[in-house]
Design a binder for this molecule. Structure first.
Ligand code: AMP
Length: 261
């Protein structure tokens, strides 16, 4: 079976065994079942505009490479479902997120620094949604230097803006098992019900049109310059993110495996 198809099937039939507690909760929490030791621990950044499919690729790559998907957006969403002291940095982060704005760099860098041990994960890691600004990229460089680690590659996914808008506006997410559907291209068997766990699907508040416009503008003004930042470091792996998730996964794996290590 094609490796991309195998990874996709594994994803659809087996829930992620690792609860990523160390990443989602921070504060020295340990994962229930950390990723297995792998022959090659990949240390990657996944870059690209909202809606390009970084989260889906992170899941697929997790099954193919073993690297742990570390999404900053997931930290904020997870925190929102827990009781948090009013005025805490994570509670405030939710307000920024709802509006489609970036959470301030100091908050994000503090959260990442507290989770520095996740960068030593024996399965490797894929940072998804971080860094998003020049200051965050510089902060990540400093953290990696402190931890005596190096990135292997920065995979940058791209897609024309109208395609991004179409993908985001039809996206529906399962709040329980995190499965992702699309009303037109990947609808659930029963409208608004998750095929995998039966939960009611959600339309993310920041996937609504007002927030999407702000998120795409912010990406172009603030995050896109990181493409040149990482190209200059010789780390950039550009991937055209059109086609199915499996096709994009196959292109990503081909590109990573052809890197000269
Ligand atoms: P994502 O799930 O990556 O699309 O992130 C959802 C939202 O979380 C973003 O629109 C921001 O509001 C916030 N966010 C996630 N990661 C970052 C980051 N590295 N810097 C600032 N804000 C972030």
């Amino acid at each position: 079976m094609h490796p991309a198809r195998e990874a996709h099937n594994a994803r659809m039939t087996t829930p992620l065994v690792n609860d990523r507690a160390a990443w989602l909760l921070g504060g020295g929490t340990h994962c229930a079942q950390p990723p297995a030791q792998v022959h090659r621990a990949w240390r990657l950044v996944l870059l690209g505009p909202p809606g390009v499919g970084k989260g889906t690729q992170a899941d697929l790559l997790h099954h193919s490479l073993g690297a742990c998907p570390l999404s900053t957006g997931d930290i904020f969403r997870h925190a929102h479902n827990r009781p948090l002291p009013a005025g805490s940095a994570l509670a405030e982060a939710w307000e920024y997120m709802q509006r489609g704005e970036l959470v301030p760099d100091t908050t994000v860098l503090g959260i990442i620094a507290e989770r520095g041990h996740c960068l030593h994960c024996r399965g490797g890691f894929m940072l998804d949604g971080f860094p998003r600004t020049h200051a965050q990229a510089v902060g990540l460089d400093a953290l990696l230097a402190r931890e005596d680690l190096q990135l292997d590659a920065v995979v940058c996914y791209s897609l024309p803006t109208p395609d991004l808008v179409a993908r985001i506006s039809g996206r529906r997410i399962c709040p329980q098992c995190k499965a992702v559907f699309h009303v037109a291209t990947h609808p659930p068997r029963t409208p608004d019900v998750c095929d995998q766990c039966g939960s009611h699907l959600e339309h993310r508040a920041d996937d609504r049109p007002e927030a999407v416009t702000i998120r795409l503008e912010t990406y172009h003004t603030t995050t896109l310059p990181l493409v040149e930042y990482y190209r200059a470091k010789g780390l950039l792996v550009p991937i055209e993110a059109s086609g199915s998730g499996e096709q994009i996964l196959a292109a990503t794996l081909d590109a990573l495996r052809s890197l000269p290590f």
